[in-house]
Design a binder for this molecule. Structure first.
Ligand SMILES: [Zn+2]
Length: 318
């Protein structure tokens, strides 16, 4: 969801969904909210972490995670305290501009090969351990990197999809990203070598990479209907599928506490789950570096990195 278009511009201040009427309802994965890090809070102390453990003890805890939990795996968080402002690609840009799409797929072709090589970190492993211990009932993640699943979490909802699948916008057919890779390699036999030699590769949260030399890249279309292929990821300006939203709400309703980790809760798809838990009087613990959009709904708010904080919870609760 956070990719850089060919000519990066500052974050949009207007709603990009208005550009293409009918493609997106008001409940879209788009936010002009940006965290202010002017009021950096003091880092959480051991006593704060103990308080979080105490608050969550004896509860069925649903975890909600975002980009901040994957930064320790080398995947940058474009909303984090130290992030440079980036302009996320919108769904409208992807469907509306063949040149943009070609550029996107060229970058995705490189990024995918890197994304597949990333590994879970202590934070992912801690949530998997807490699930095995019967503390965490499930993980709802806004990340598309699949690292929770790789780490061993069994009940995972990839709220925004994941980078390992591709969907046809024409017929809805879903194929594994690996299957498309073979076709892209065939269509662009020398592309990866040339780009590697240029050394101009950067990993992004949605398996994207930043390159400029994409003009010659050849994209693939759906083998069934010839339609446009898109990573099965929810872009800015696009809705989370209703069925998935329902499953996420059900997982929150089934739990009796919520732990948000590594997310600034900038987009509604995550924030509304926090609101739901708070509305029902459930304890809400937020672990994040910097302020979040959901702070007002938190029972306890910890300014901390996810790896040490979640490991601490494993020691206390696991
Ligand atoms: Zn198709």
């Amino acid at each position: 969801m956070t990719t850089t278009p060919p000519s990066a511009t500052p974050a949009p201040t207007s709603d990009p969904t208005s550009a293409v009427a009918g493609l997106a309802s008001p409940r879209t994965l788009h936010s002009t909210w940006a965290p202010s890090y002017g009021d950096r809070r003091p880092p959480a102390t051991e006593a704060d972490l103990d308080a979080a453990a105490e608050l969550l003890a004896g509860h069925r805890v649903v975890a909600l995670t975002g980009a901040g939990i994957s930064t320790d795996s080398g995947i940058p968080d474009y909303r984090g305290p130290d992030a440079q402002p980036r302009s996320p690609m919108t769904f409208q840009q992807f469907v509306g501009d063949p040149g943009f799409r070609r550029h996107y797929w060229a970058r995705n072709h490189i990024g995918w090969h890197h994304m597949n090589a990333t590994a879970p970190n202590a934070g992912h492993r801690a949530l998997a351990a807490l699930e095995r211990a019967g503390v965490v009932s499930g993980v709802i993640t806004q990340n598309v990197d699949r690292l929770h699943t790789v780490a061993g979490s069994r009940h995972v909802i990839d709220l925004h999809g994941h980078y390992n699948e591709v969907i046809c916008l024409g017929c809805g057919h879903v194929i594994p990203r690996a299957a498309l890779d073979a076709r892209l390699l065939e269509l662009n036999p020398t592309f990866l070598e040339e780009i590697t030699e240029l050394g101009d590769v950067e990993i992004a949260p949605d398996a994207d990479a930043v390159i400029e030399q994409t003009r010659q890249f050849r994209t693939a279309s759906c083998e069934r209907c010839g339609g446009v292929l898109k990573p099965n990821i929810v872009y800015f300006g696009e809705n989370v599928p209703k069925e998935r939203v329902a499953r996420a709400y059900a997982m929150v309703d089934d739990a009796d506490a919520l732990l948000a980790a590594g997310t600034s809760l900038a987009v509604q798809s995550g924030l509304r789950l926090v609101k739901r838990a708070a509305r029902d009087g459930k304890p809400v613990v937020i672990v994040n570096r910097g302020v979040t959009r959901g702070d007002e709904f938190a029972t306890l708010r910890l300014n901390a990195g996810t790896s040490p904080a979640l490991e601490h919870l494993v020691h206390r609760l696991g």
